[in-house]
Design a protein around this ligand. Structure first.
Ligand SMILES: Cc1ncc(COP(=O)(O)O)c(C=O)c1O
Length: 365
C-alpha cells in the first residue's frame, strides 16, 4: 500500500461530502412507517407532471445521449436570452463547479469563498491542492470587502452562492456590482444560483446586466431544486463563450444523460408548475417564520427553500431526536454552525409535522 503515500496533496485532509440521510435508511434504523424528509432542499411538490410523462415514455436507453445537449441548450438560450455557445451542461451544477475548479485550480493557486458557504467550493479547492481563503461571514452572509482583501496574484477563483446554502442569505445587485467592479479581471467569479428561483427580494441580482459587463463571471444553475430533478443529476453554467469553450474541453463527452436532458427541457417549458412551486415556498416560508417566532425560536431569514434554525443547543442532538420521530433535517456542524439545523421548506402538512416534533424535542426532550 506504499502508493497511498503519493495521493495528491490536499486530498488527505478532505472529509467526504455527507449527503442528507435517505428515507429508507432512517425507516429501517428506527423502525418507522412514515418519514418527512426536509434535509436536502428538494422540491416537496416533486417534478412537474409533464416531466414524469416524458420520462415514463422514454425508451432509448441503449443510445448514447446527445453529448452537446443541443436541444436543451437551445431551450436554455431562449430562457436566458443568451447564445447556446455561452452554455455548458453538467451532471448537476456540482459538476460545473468541479469543471471550473479543474480548469483553473492547481497547487500554486488560490480560491476565495465565505465561511458557512456551500461545502463543495472547499472540497473542489482541496482536491486540486490549491490554497483557499474562507472569509468570515457578516451577519451570516458573504462579506465581500473581506473577499477583496484576500485577492492576490495567485487568486484564480471566487465562489459566491446567491442565495447561500446553508444560511439562505443573499447579495443585492448593487453590492454585487460594486464588488465585481473591484475584482481584477484576471480572477474568475463563480456565482452559484442553485436557489435563485425562490428569491423574493426586490434588489436581487440581474444576471443579464452582470453578464454583459463582466466576462470574468460565470453563473451556475441547478435542476435539482425547484425543478425537482435531483435524482437525474443535471445543471448548467453560462458565461463568456471563450470560457465555456475552454471548459468544454475538460467536460466528459456524455456527462448528461438523455432522460435528464429531456426532463429539463420539459420542466423549463412548464412555467405554471414552477410558479406554483415558488408560491408554495413563499407562503410556507412565512408560515414557518411565524410559527418559529411564536415558539420564541431564532432563525436566519432565508431567500431559499430552507431555513437555518438556531436550537441554542447541539444541532446534531436535535437532528438525532427529530430523526427518531420520523423527521429528517440537516445538522450543519460541518458548516461551523453547531447549534443550527437546516430545514427544507416543505408543504403545509410536512411543515406542521416538523413544527410539532421540533416543539416536542425542544420542550419535552
Ligand atoms: C448552493 C448550491 N450549489 C450547488 C449545489 C449542487 O446542486 P446539484 O449538483 O444537484 O445541481 C447545491 C446542492 O445542494 C447547493 O446547495
Amino acid at each position: 500500500m506504499d502508493y497511498l503515500n503519493y495521493i495528491n496533496p490536499g486530498i488527505e485532509s478532505i472529509n467526504p461530502y455527507e449527503p442528507g440521510k435517505s428515507i429508507e435508511e432512517v425507516m429501517e434504523k428506527y423502525n418507522l412507517k412514515e418519514i418527512v424528509k426536509l434535509a436536502s432542499n428538494e422540491n416537496s411538490l416533486g417534478p412537474s407532471p409533464k416531466v414524469l410523462k416524458v420520462i415514463n415514455n422514454f425508451k432509448d436507453i441503449h443510445l448514447y445521449p446527445d453529448g452537446d445537449g443541443i436541444r436543451l441548450k437551445s431551450k436554455i438560450s431562449e430562457i436566458e436570452s443568451i447564445n447556446s455557445d455561452q452554455i455548458i451542461l453538467g451532471n448537476g451544477s456540482n459538476e460545473i463547479l468541479e469543471i471550473i475548479s479543474q480548469t483553473f485550480l492547481s497547487p500554486n493557486t488560490e480560491s476565495i469563498f465565505s465561511k458557512h458557504a456551500f461545502v463543495v467550493y472547499k472540497l473542489a479547492s482541496k482536491v486540486r491542492g490549491s490554497k483557499f481563503h474562507e472569509v468570515n461571514a457578516h451577519q451570516w452572509g458573504h462579506d465581500l470587502n473581506g473577499f477583496l482583501e484576500k485577492i492576490n496574484d495567485k487568486t484564480r477563483l471566487i465562489f459566491i452562492a446567491n442565495p447561500n446554502n446553508p444560511t439562505g442569505t443573499y447579495l443585492s445587485h448593487e453590492n454585487t456590482l460594486e464588488f465585481l467592479n473591484k475584482v481584477p479581471k484576471k480572477v474568475l467569479v463563480v456565482i452559484d444560483l442553485a436557489y435563485f428561483e425562490y428569491v423574493t427580494a426586490a434588489d436581487y441580482i440581474k444576471t443579464h446586466e452582470i453578464l454583459d459587463k463582466f466576462p470574468n463571471v460565470i453563473f451556475t444553475k441547478s435542476f435539482s431544486k425547484i425543478h425537482g430533478l435531483s435524482a437525474l443529476r443535471i445543471g448548467y453554467g453560462f458565461g463568456n463563450e471563450t470560457l465555456i469553450e475552454i471548459m468544454n474541453r475538460v467536460r466528459q463527452p456524455f456527462n448528461v444523460n438523455s432522460v435528464a436532458q429531456k426532463a429539463a427541457i420539459e420542466s423549463l417549458s412548464d412555467q405554471e408548475y414552477l410558479k406554483e412551486s415558488i408560491n408554495q415556498n413563499t407562503k410556507e416560508r412565512l408560515y414557518l417564520y411565524k410559527s418559529l417566532e411564536s415558539m420564541s425560536v431564532d432563525y436566519i431569514p432565508s431567500q431559499g427553500n430552507f431555513i437555518c434554525i438556531d436550537t441554542k443547543s447541539s444541532g446534531k442532538e436535535i437532528f438525532e431526536s427529530l430523526m427518531k420521530k420520523g423527521v429528517i433535517v440537516r445538522p450543519i456542524d460541518l458548516y461551523e454552525m453547531p447549534t443550527h439545523i437546516r430545514v427544507t421548506i416543505g408543504n403545509r402538512t410536512e411543515n406542521n409535522i416538523f413544527l410539532e416534533k421540533f416543539n416536542e424535542v425542544l420542550y419535552k426532550g
